[in-house]
Design a protein around this ligand. Structure first.
Ligand SMILES: *[C@@H]1O[C@H](CO)[C@@H](O)[C@H](O)[C@H]1NC(C)=O
Ligand SMILES: *[C@@H]1O[C@H](CO)[C@@H](O)[C@H](O)[C@H]1NC(C)=O
Length: 359
């Protein structure tokens, strides 16, 4: 596990990736009026791109045990003990298989959305939304040579854009930008997300879901917040989550604008924030061990088993015996069980709206 000694591995947060699910075979239960699913987003949804996207990707925690321990029993590049929200989401929509889009060697893909302005350093294994879009277009142009082909293809697809901002916000805060400074970047992030959606709509996409960001500041990172008054009654950093809420509100406003621009396109906001919060609250209310609601299964240190210098997978860092009892896997990403629950909660609101039928 050489990654533990690599200086660039000290901070492991969400990373951006592109995921392309191109399986058209639908399962027996659900039928949706589309055959394709494309997802661009970050490490919360990454099913193997980051570890394939850099020279030393095999050193990333997600490429090593105990990642993948619950399912399939070995690392897959997913940042969890097993399956992700998107795996369950795809299953729920009737897809049997999802495939990671691997760019063979774009480890230089480290430009960030607001590269010139705040000058935040983002690790090279993350991939900005713009770069993911260029991957996507390259892929699409290769399989569909003409604009008409492309429009046909995209009209048969569901797009998910996001979340895409967790890295931007987290790295900014870790690099000691103030909440006010990070707040001033938010319009750039929202704009990048909306612009990407607009671009695929213009290419022919007819169904788009834009997920908001889930709560952060769950006591883990980013933090140099000594004052307990800075935490809410869940133990989350208030200022960080206020920022996320603000970001999510801006996104919803922007979606409203985009919908007016394209009245015939289905555009939906997916509320990861409240869905995840409700699940955490449920866990902390019903769980036998209240602390488990926020503690990481894999990790050590602090109130939440989280210390970025002793990240899950580093030598000597313990793993809980039953990840299914935990919501957080490594202090940042969720366990398979949490992903499953989150996906069910979100699907309930979405399947009917997408005109999917369950038989
Ligand atoms: C990846 O690297 C190999 C070897 O350097 C090169 O031949 C190939 O063209 C690269 N692929 C891309 C997509 O840049
Ligand atoms: C669902 O079906 C209705 C009625 O045919 C249609 O108006 C609507 O656009 C469809 N929604 C989606 C997301 O395809």
């Amino acid at each position: 596990m050489g990654y533990a000694t690599s200086p660039s591995m000290k901070v492991i947060i969400f990373l951006m990736f592109v995921l392309v699910a191109t399986t058209s075979s639908q399962s027996q239960n659900t039928r949706c009026p589309f055959d394709l699913l494309y997802h661009l987003g970050d490490g919360v949804f990454d099913n193997g791109n980051a570890v394939a996207n850099m020279q030393h990707g095999s050193r990333l925690p997600a490429a090593n045990i105990p990642y993948g321990n619950t399912h399939p029993g070995k690392p897959t590049g997913r940042w969890s003990d097993g399956l992700l929200d998107i795996d369950y989401g795809a299953q729920g929509l009737g897809f049997s298989e999802i495939t990671a889009y691997l760019s063979e060697n774009s480890s230089s893909a480290n430009a960030i959305m607001f590269a010139e302005k705040p000058r935040i350093k983002i690790p090279s294994y993350t991939v900005s939304l713009n770069i993911q879009m260029s991957w996507f277009k390259k892929y699409l142009n290769a399989i569909c040579p003409t604009p008409t082909d492309r429009a046909d293809k995209l009209s048969n697809a569901l797009f998910l854009f996001g979340d895409v901002e967790a890295n931007d916000i987290t790295y900014s805060l870790i690099q000691r930008k103030s909440i006010q400074q990070v707040q001033s970047y938010i319009p750039y992030v929202t704009k990048a997300q909306i612009n990407a959606a607009r671009e695929v709509i213009k290419m022919g996409a007819t169904r788009i879901i834009l997920p908001g960001n889930a709560p952060m500041g769950l006591g883990a990172d980013p933090g140099s917040c000594a004052n307990t008054a800075d935490y809410d009654d869940m133990g989350c950093l208030k200022s960080v989550n206020d920022l996320i809420k603000l970001k999510n509100n801006e996104l919803q406003q922007a979606i409203f604008g985009l919908q007016k621009e394209f009245p015939n396109t289905f555009i939906m906001y997916a509320d990861f924030y409240n869905s995840e919060l409700a699940l955490i609250q449920e866990t902390s209310i019903s769980g036998k061990n209240k602390k488990m609601a926020l503690q990481a299964c894999c990790g050590v240190g602090g109130k939440y088993n989280y210390d970025k210098k002793r990240f899950c997978g580093y030598p000597g860092v313990p793993v809980c015996s039953d990840p299914n009892q935990y919501f957080f896997w490594d202090g940042i990403h969720l366990t398979q069980e949490a992903n499953n629950r989150l996906s069910s909660a979100l699907q309930q609101a979405t399947l009917a709206t997408l005109n999917c039928t369950i038989s």
